[in-house]
Design a protein around this ligand. Structure first.
Ligand SMILES: NC(=O)C1=CN([C@@H]2O[C@H](COP(=O)(O)OP(=O)(O)OC[C@H]3O[C@@H](n4cnc5c(N)ncnc54)[C@H](OP(=O)(O)O)[C@@H]3O)[C@@H](O)[C@H]2O)C=CC1
Ligand SMILES: O=C(O)CCC(=O)C(=O)O
Ligand SMILES: [Mg+2]
Length: 416
């Protein structure tokens, strides 16, 4: 740690021992507030987490929060160009768990994503994003209650890894020269003015992600795991993902071919299937009940996360976690970004971060506190006390600010 990070006097580290998480009663958990609407959301969410833990366990358990810095606040604290200080990475590494608000990434220029950098630095290979419907939430589809999926998005590879060369630079010229001269590629339509991006997808990366998705399906009694890919066009990367996924399901989970394959069935009945990504995006609107656990590559997972979130009310209620199931490291964060036009207005919906905290508590084994959050949020929405995003299409809604929305959830928790 350094002079900017105040380690709480009380509290202990969460650790992984013999493959099992060991969570003390007073765990120290690092958090990053985030940019844009991040501070408004964090201020509201942390009060909900503390209230749920207090109600569930009294003084026996308490989270000791430790602020660490990334993004714009980090520039204020650490100085110029310190978007992601090494101490922040070290803290997430050492304390195993963390929770963060969204961080800004400029388009087309400037720094590469700090969010992605954290996932890569800590090798948080699974981005887990559950998509479930809360009764009463306004939705653009007729039967939002039919959507109950958990997305497992590969989090460290693919075009998302940021290996890119800008048109007109020496690097792009070198890549073009290699492709055209050494690899004899003739299919680059406008070679002189092309930027180039590289899409690494590996067997190891695929296997660990698909393994986590199948294990989750088994542990949670889910019906199927769908490998979502564009393997008809990108045969070796996305097609590789599909083939390696099926092979793993056979080899490690005893999958046997259904009607001559390629679909498989595991001994416990779970079906492993695959679907091409464009078709998947229309089917989740038309037949969402056909899908359950989703395993997909990084960029597909990014698009699918926001699209599915919209079906259950939007990215105001879309939680997530970045997890390495082997080391136990995890950073919990919402699916949405900084929503900068609402920054500092105390109007944004904090549900995505609140539900990300709920996931964290459940992952810690503090299920009583997690359940209280779910019930408190559910009751608040059913009472039609909601933030602007839900209020704009909910008849008879009482529109409240971010902070007041949290107050209502806490009130419900305290009444339970
Ligand atoms: N993990 C991370 O930290 C992420 C960071 N980002 C970054 O965030 C920045 C902004 O990205 P942008 O593409 O605008 O996407 P955002 O997710 O920030 O916002 C897009 C729109 O989604 C709605 N929205 C987002 N969050 C909420 C919320 N909590 N409650 C209610 N509605 C919400 C708003 O819609 P409306 O206008 O209809 O009210 C908002 O204008 C970029 O720099 C991007 O890179 C993006 C995604 C993830
Ligand atoms: O890092 C970013 O700015 C965007 C990331 C994103 O959209 C996501 O991970 O879902
Ligand atoms: Mg995204």
């Amino acid at each position: 740690m350094d002079k900017y990070i105040k380690v709480p006097a009380q509290g202990e580290k969460i650790s992984m021992q013999n493959g099992k998480l060991v969570v003390p009663n007073h765990p120290i958990i690092p958090f990053v507030e985030g940019d844009g609407t991040g501070p408004d959301i964090w201020r509201a969410s942390v009060r909900v987490f503390d209230a749920a833990v207090q109600k569930a366990y009294g003084d026996e358990r308490k989270i000791e929060w430790m602020e660490v810095y990334a993004g714009e606040k980090s520039l204020q604290v650490y100085g110029e160009n310190e978007w992601l200080p090494q101490s922040t990475i070290n803290a997430f590494n050492e304390y195993l768990f963390g929770i963060k608000g969204p961080l800004t990434t400029p388009v087309g220029t400037g720094i590469r994503s700090i969010n992605v950098a954290l996932r890569q630095e800590l090798d948080l290979y699974a981005c887990v994003r559950p998509v479930q419907y809360f009764d009463g939430v306004p939705s653009p589809v007729k039967r939002p209650q039919d959507v109950d999926m958990v997305i497992f998005r590969e989090n460290t590879e693919d075009i998302y890894a940021g290996i890119e060369y800008r048109a007109g630079t020496d690097e792009a010229d070198k890549v073009r020269g290699f492709l055209t001269r050494e690899m004899k590629v003739t299919k680059i339509r406008f070679p002189e003015t092309s930027s180039f991006g590289i899409k690494p997808v590996s067997r190891e990366g695929t296997e660990r992600l698909v393994r986590a998705a199948i294990q989750f399906a088994i542990d949670n009694g889910r019906k199927s795991v769908s490998l979502v890919h564009k393997g008809n066009i990108m045969k070796f990367t996305e097609g590789g993902f599909r083939d390696w996924g099926y092979e793993l399901a056979k080899r490690e989970f005893g999958g046997v071919e259904l009607d001559g394959g390629p679909w498989l069935q595991l001994p416990n009945g779970i079906v492993i299937k695959d679907v091409i990504a464009d078709n998947f995006l229309q089917q989740i609107l038309l037949r969402p009940t056909d899908y359950d656990v989703i395993a997909t590559l990084n960029l597909n997972g990014d698009y699918i996360s926001d699209a599915l979130a919209a079906q259950v009310g939007g990215i105001g209620i879309a939680p997530g976690a970045n997890i390495n199931y082997v080391t136990g490291h995890a950073i919990f964060e919402a699916t949405h970004g900084t929503a900068p036009k609402y920054a500092g207005k105390d109007v944004i919906n904090p549900s995505s971060v609140i539900l990300s905290g709920e996931m964290m508590l459940r992952y810690m084994g503090w299920t009583e506190a997690a359940d209280l959050i779910l019930k408190g949020l559910d009751q608040t929405i059913q009472q039609k006390t909601v933030t602007y995003d839900f209020a704009r299409s909910m008849e008879g809604a009482q529109e409240v600010k971010t902070s007041a929305f949290a107050d209502h959830i806490i009130e419900k928790i305290n009444q339970m």
